[in-house]
Design a binder for this molecule. Structure first.
Ligand code: SAH
Length: 338
């Protein structure tokens, strides 16, 4: 039985029409699910009994459940338990521009970035669309506030779960579901070239972030397995392709690892590499975890790196560090739990 929250509106309409029902039934169902938040088909008073029986026999509405919440002043971290007992996490951040949720796209991750806690634990499975959507809905209900933006930057590689993530984006964006504008949705990839191109072909106004982490293939290969599959040349060709299609500015994520990728030489090479691209660089202070030996760059080193990029004409920000008191590193909450 498939979960009804897996269906974007158009997919549900197509499915229902193929089964001999009216397209309008999808609108009625969406109104119950997302507007009235009524999940028991028996209570769908404007729908015929036989149709309700069909819905009950065809779709499930099972939920993911909140297992644990860790709170700090500017952030809440949620541990969820899925139907099969797997655990994932999401983060709610209070920005001055509104509430932002960082969602997971997989249980674990196969990309094998050496500094990452989720990569260390490997992928168990992809998340279904509803499991991503419900992270956002459950958090919005928990805090009783509307979510303003969503970043797909939690556990997992979204482009390794492409179809479900695209359906999820469609639902986030739907005015009847979460009504989050495309420009308020960001998907972050470690650089799966064919999927960057496929994403570009969809011509969405959704933001793309690229986890770059090093300006040279040689160094990148040492910390990210994906660099063995795709060279920087290929990654940047894909970025160009994406930008020609969408005219969107791309975020370059750069994690600051002590003595690994944080020298002045790295900053100069990065400036050179990004020269001429419509990008901005987000420097990410590394969250150390006890299972991994990498150390965070010092504040001073981050400031030097930042200045070098600025002097070379790049737009740069240093990512705000949320919630120092809680397990802030991506995947740490889940990892502690299993
Ligand atoms: N797989 C996707 C999205 C999930 S990771 C990607 O690679 O972009 C989201 C971001 O968090 C990536 O930039 C990743 O490199 C970074 N990250 C992973 N572990 C981290 C840690 N311990 N501290 C800070 N950032 C981390």
């Amino acid at each position: 039985m498939e979960n009804i929250f897996n269906y974007p509106k158009k997919d549900l309409e197509d499915y229902l029409v193929a089964k001999g029902y009216k397209k309008f039934l999808a609108s009625q169902i969406f109104d119950w699910l997302y507007n009235k938040q009524e999940y028991d088909f028996n209570n769908y008073t404007n729908i015929k009994k036989e149709t309700i029986d069909f819905l009950k026999a065809t779709f499930s509405t099972a939920f993911i459940t909140i297992t644990k919440v860790e709170e700090d002043t500017d952030v809440k971290k949620f541990l969820f338990t899925l139907k099969d007992g797997q655990k994932i996490e999401s983060v709610l951040m209070y920005h001055n521009y509104g509430l932002s949720v960082c969602v997971s796209s997989q249980v674990g991750c196969n990309m094998g970035c050496k500094f990452c806690e989720s990569g260390r634990l490997k992928k168990v499975r992809d998340l279904e669309t509803y499991e991503m959507l419900e992270q956002a809905i459950a958090i919005s209900n928990y805090v009783k506030q509307k979510i303003d933006s969503v970043v797909i930057m939690g556990i997992g590689e979204p482009f390794d779960n492409f179809t479900n993530v695209m359906k999820f984006i469609n639902l986030l964006n739907d005015p009847k579901v979460l009504a989050i504008g495309a420009r308020h949705i960001t998907v972050s990839t470690c650089g799966l070239v064919p999927k960057i191109k496929a994403f570009a072909d969809m011509e969405l106004q959704v933001n793309l972030a690229l986890s770059l982490h090093s300006p040279t293939d040689e160094k990148r290969k040492q910390i990210m397995n994906v660099a063995k599959a795709y060279s920087l040349k290929e990654v940047f060709e894909a970025l160009k392709y994406y930008q020609n299609k969408t005219k969107r500015r791309v975020t370059i994520e750069y994690i600051m690892l002590d003595k690994i990728n944080d020298t002045k030489e790295d900053a100069l090479a990065l400036s050179k590499l990004l020269n001429g691209y419509n990008v901005y660089v987000n420097l990410i202070p590394y969250n150390e975890t006890k299972n991994i030996a990498f150390k965070a760059s010092s504040k001073k080193q981050i400031a030097l790196f930042y200045d070098t990029l600025k002097k070379n004409g790049l737009d740069v920000t240093v990512r705000h560090k949320f919630g120092n008191k809680i397990s802030a590193a991506c995947g740490q909450l889940r990892s502690k739990e299993i």
